[in-house]
Ligand binder design. Structure first.
Ligand SMILES: [Zn+2]
Length: 335
């Protein structure tokens, strides 16, 4: 397997936001259909509004892209469509197992759909794809929304566990409310069999990773790269076998890491932290998972076998049924 084969390698994606995985062509189509806007514009002309360009280097730049295009999503059909397309895109990237994450609280606020309608629209999108990766879903609690939104989200996730919602996450601007706000709903989620992953150690420092693991019981951390700033947190991750869902290009696009060749992924591997490689928001970042593997290999110097091992670590930490895990493991081990 050479570097050029990264595209073909079977992949596990644990950290991909549905709302950040919308195709630019679909955004344009929905703006035309729902808002009568951009009728005469091409996809190329709206790209700078919906995708990160070289000049964008902050969380604010990143969030501005979301704010621009989110209003194009209006209906249950729109949510179903972006879900179906996101899964089709995963299939095209050679992804054999994916966890797509989305926020019913956010979708409700955006479209006026109820929580139940938001979830069922997403699930219908998955049902519309005949072949492709094994798909599970993670319900996101938007961090600034508070404990009540946390409870609404975890109860909703539990209600749809048999339909493939297997975990919960806390995301969004993590500086507004402390993670402690969500200790009780996440304890309830764990007690009910849901997996817990939390965005931490991205805009916030290593202490946020410690809180996510020790207080919220997260077995995975979204990003977590700033754990490296505190050796005791690195030790905690290793001891507990917590997996970091590392998203290299996303970290550069939000300004967590200045340049891709300074990304701490190789350092995390060297220090024995379990990691996997992810896209985060492939629509906004204009990336694919295969492209991230190429970066990890060619720029960061991870060997091919190290990259294969990240996939094996990912499926072990996946919020999946044992049968699904075994199926994916057999594909990965056949390499
Ligand atoms: Zn994320």
């Amino acid at each position: 397997m050479g570097a050029s084969n990264m595209g073909k390698l079977p992949k596990v994606e644990l950290h991909r936001h549905l709302e950040g995985a919308v195709r630019p062509a679909t955004i344009l189509d929905l703006f035309r259909k729902n808002c009568g806007m951009f009728i005469d514009e091409s996809v190329e002309s709206i790209l700078p509004k919906v995708q990160i360009t070289g000049a964008d280097r902050s969380l604010a730049d990143f969030l501005a892209k979301f704010e621009f295009f989110m209003p194009c999503l209006r209906s249950s059909e729109d949510i179903t469509r972006i879900t179906r397309e996101a899964i089709e895109d995963c299939a095209a990237e050679g992804i054999v197992y994916v966890e797509l994450r989305f926020s019913p609280v956010f979708i409700k606020g955006l479209t006026g759909l109820s929580y139940v309608e938001a979830v069922e629209s997403v699930l219908q999108g998955a049902q519309a794809v005949d072949s492709g990766p094994i798909v599970n879903f993670i319900v996101i609690i938007p961090q600034p929304a508070g404990e009540k939104a946390g409870w609404d989200s975890v109860r909703l996730a539990r209600d749809y566990m048999s339909d493939g919602i297997t975990g919960v996450d806390i995301a969004d601007d993590t500086r507004v409310l402390g993670l402690e706000e969500y200790v009780r709903p996440l304890a309830w989620a764990r007690a009910n069999g849901l997996g817990v992953t939390v965005h931490a150690g991205e805009s916030e420092g290593p202490e946020s990773v410690r809180v996510a693991v020790e207080r919220l019981g997260a077995t995975r951390i979204g990003h977590g790269v700033r754990a490296l700033e505190d050796q005791s947190v690195v030790t905690l991750l290793s001891e507990k076998g917590v997996l970091l869902e590392v998203c290299p290009t996303s970290n550069v696009h939000t300004g967590v890491v200045a340049y891709i060749d300074e990304h701490p992924l190789p350092e995390l591997v060297r220090r024995g932290v379990a990691v996997c490689i992810n896209t985060d928001d492939p629509g906004i970042s204009g990336i694919t998972l295969g492209g991230e593997y190429e970066i990890a290999h060619r720029i960061m110097g991870l060997s091919e076998s190290e990259i294969v091992r990240t996939n094996l670590e990912a499926i072990e930490a996946a919020f999946a049924e044992e049968q699904q895990r075994a199926r994916v493991r057999s594909i990965l081990e056949a390499l």
